[in-house]
Design a protein around this ligand. Structure first.
Ligand SMILES: [Ca+2]
Ligand SMILES: [Ca+2]
Length: 337
């Protein structure tokens, strides 16, 4: 950590944003336990009373753990802490900062088992060079999160705290939580591995095709493909998606009225599309950015759940009943993107 002063580290910023006194803030640097469990029991015993008393707990481990060599140590660390967490504590677990996918997959599992909110940080360091402050001579220190990145980490924790914790999408019931895609930075392909999309129950008078595309680093939308021509009919099934180009971002869209998996959708940067060469004038709603939607509003909600990364779509122009339950999918193994 390399904030310019203690009050600019993310712990102090988060406590300030929550209106909590920093007198009640307890910070413990436990990084040696990420690779060495020798003193695990004794060290956990030392902090156990503070963990058990905490109203708000943030766990950030993994950047110092080699994978797979230290997977057992990292796993044991989470388990030891988890055994001291009570149900009255609001728990947040962050990904690695320097984005280690296999480690993140393990952390995500531990986070789910703990019932914690998982917060992805792995895209923040990519912005670091452009917003470096302060600058340190030592390169090892310099790559740690500094003031701007600390503020971003804190913002993500506070935003998640304020977002609805339990997402329950119900037919015809307006969804009142946070809309849009959480952790879009996580929806990025490494090109080395696929992921699985499961279709869940959804209710709508319309048939909705569920579809995916990639967004290149230059912002071009490419490789759009229909995954299910009728997401309702696909309920209970899943599909594997592979062969995405590394570093491309991933967006989903629904085509109201359905579409054939043989249809070819071509998007321009502003989201207009053509199908089989003709301009498509039906309704399409995108997860990637609300500006791509004809009505300019969000048509998707997302949440990290035990079943994977959930995504729910609203299929009515202008929002309709805003139940975001007109096409629902879970993205599994997304930690391996
Ligand atoms: Ca709806
Ligand atoms: Ca609905």
């Amino acid at each position: 950590m390399a904030a310019s002063s203690a009050d600019r580290d993310y712990a102090h910023l988060t406590f300030g944003a929550l209106g909590a006194s920093t007198d009640t803030l307890f910070i413990e640097n436990m990084y040696p336990l990420e690779w060495d469990s020798t003193s695990l029991s004794a060290d956990i015993n030392d902090v156990a009373p503070d963990i058990m008393d905490a109203d708000f707990l943030v766990l950030q481990f993994g950047d110092n753990a080699a994978f797979p060599d230290n997977a057992d140590e990292l796993s044991a660390l989470y388990d030891a802490i988890s055994s001291n967490v009570t149900s009255s504590t609001e728990v947040f677990v962050t990904s690695t900062y320097w984005r280690t996918q296999e480690t993140d997959a393990l952390i995500y599992q531990k986070s789910s088992a703990l019932g914690a909110e998982f917060i992805f940080l792995g895209d923040i360091f990519l912005t670091q060079k452009a917003k470096d402050f302060p600058v340190f001579d030592h390169p090892g220190v310099n790559i740690h999160p500094k003031d701007h990145q600390m503020a971003e980490i804190s913002k993500r924790i506070v935003d998640r705290h304020e977002a609805a914790r339990d997402i329950d999408l119900l037919e015809g019931i307006e969804f009142s939580g946070t809309k849009g895609v959480l952790d879009q930075g996580y929806l990025t392909s490494t090109g080395v591995s696929g992921f699985k999309i499961s279709f869940e129950g959804a209710e709508s008078s319309a048939t909705n095709a569920l579809s995916i595309y990639e967004v290149t680093v230059d912002g071009e939308i490419i490789n759009a493909r229909i995954l299910a021509s009728d997401s309702k009919a696909a309920e209970g099934t899943s599909i594997e998606v592979t062969d995405m180009t590394a570093a491309n971002k991933i967006g989903f869209f629904i085509v109201k009225g359905g579409a054939s998996i043989e249809d070819e959708f071509v998007f321009t940067r502003n989201g207009t599309s053509s199908v089989r060469g003709a301009v498509y004038d039906g309704e399409i709603y995108h997860s990637f950015a609300s500006r791509l939607n004809a009505d300019g509003i969000e048509h998707v909600v997302t949440a990290h759940t035990e079943k994977g990364f959930m995504m729910g779509f609203e299929d009515t122009r202008g929002g309709g009943d805003r139940d975001f339950q007109d096409a629902v999918i879970y993205i599994e193994d997304f930690a391996l993107f």
